[in-house]
Design a protein around this ligand. Sequence first.
Ligand code: PLP
Length: 383
Amino acid sequence: MTTEKDYHFETIAVHAGVEHDPTTGAVMTPIYQTSTFAQTDVGEHKGYDYSRSDNPTRTALQNALAGLEGGKHALAYASGMAAIDGVLRLVRPGDHVLCGNDVYGGTFRLFDKVLSHYGIEFDFANTADSGAIQSELKPNTKLIWLETPTNPMLRLTDIEAVAQIAHDHGAWLAVDNTFASPILQSPLSLGADFVIHSTTKYIGGHSDTVGGAVILNDTAVYEQLKFLQNAAGAVPGPMDNFLTLRGIKTLAIRMAQHCRNATQVAQFLADHPAVAEVIYPGLDSHPQYELAQRQMAGPGGMISFILHGGETAARKIANETQLFTLAESLGGVESLIELPAPMTHASVADSPLAVDPGLVRLSVGIENAADLINDLKQALLKI
Ligand code: PLP
């Protein structure tokens, strides 16, 4: 099955990109754990010559990723950061990139600490505010980069409005869709030029592999990206591709449960006297609740909150939960808790993107919601 247009998301997630194995009929895509492929004559082969360039397990994953995002092309990368780096290689010295001012710490680090040394100019603006974007554009702005919802403040950006701004300016729009996942938000259909994922998160869904992806419609740009990826080599291995592909099959039901659980957990936290603020796109207290309703098919599994007790209480609760594991990352079946400032966002410390040290971030898993709430309840008693 390769045409996804007529199917619903749950069906696409199970079937997209998956062809029965042509040699054995295997229903599930095999792990083609091989670096090279036999040639019958010089340059004569069955479409694969070397696994940095292409591998059948990766092809199946890429087809599935394209299907999920409704894009023409997808490239799988060795990590989310490799995918981001891949897109940034389309930008040349002298170009300007406007990036959201609330993004994953590693994205900021790559832009500010690495790529800025190669003659690319970066500015960081509040992409939730279209006016701020407009005023930060420069004649050499080539790319607008945003996350929605953002990591970790869960701010939203109106993708359709920003795509218009970018295109009127002759720039590309790239949307990191990691937090929403393709089931909750379709940036390409709203006008984005690139969708990026850390497939390590919801797409893989089981915290057992690291990967990334770029999905796009423009064939010429895809060819360029593919050339760059083969030249630079940031490809994922067959086993990782297999695990990610397997994860995709349950993405729809996992996301539904993530959303259900997170909604209950967010409500519990909002009603708790020790909690000063809860940030969750599914609560009507979220400043962009209306946009969340319009742009997303569900509020997602990520919650950020601040306790009245500030950083001390935040560190305490992160140590006291039992079901919520204190760990970086997100989007797996299991619930995680972390403090972005000293953990996932340590690389934005002392920058304008610095995160409140008292902010707590939850990745709400697919366990039973009552068990998760009880875990937080007992931890809150100890702060
Ligand atoms: N984008 C977002 C929104 C992330 O949260 C992360 C990692 O946490 C990345 C990109 C980087 O992905 P990876 O860790 O797979 O390199």
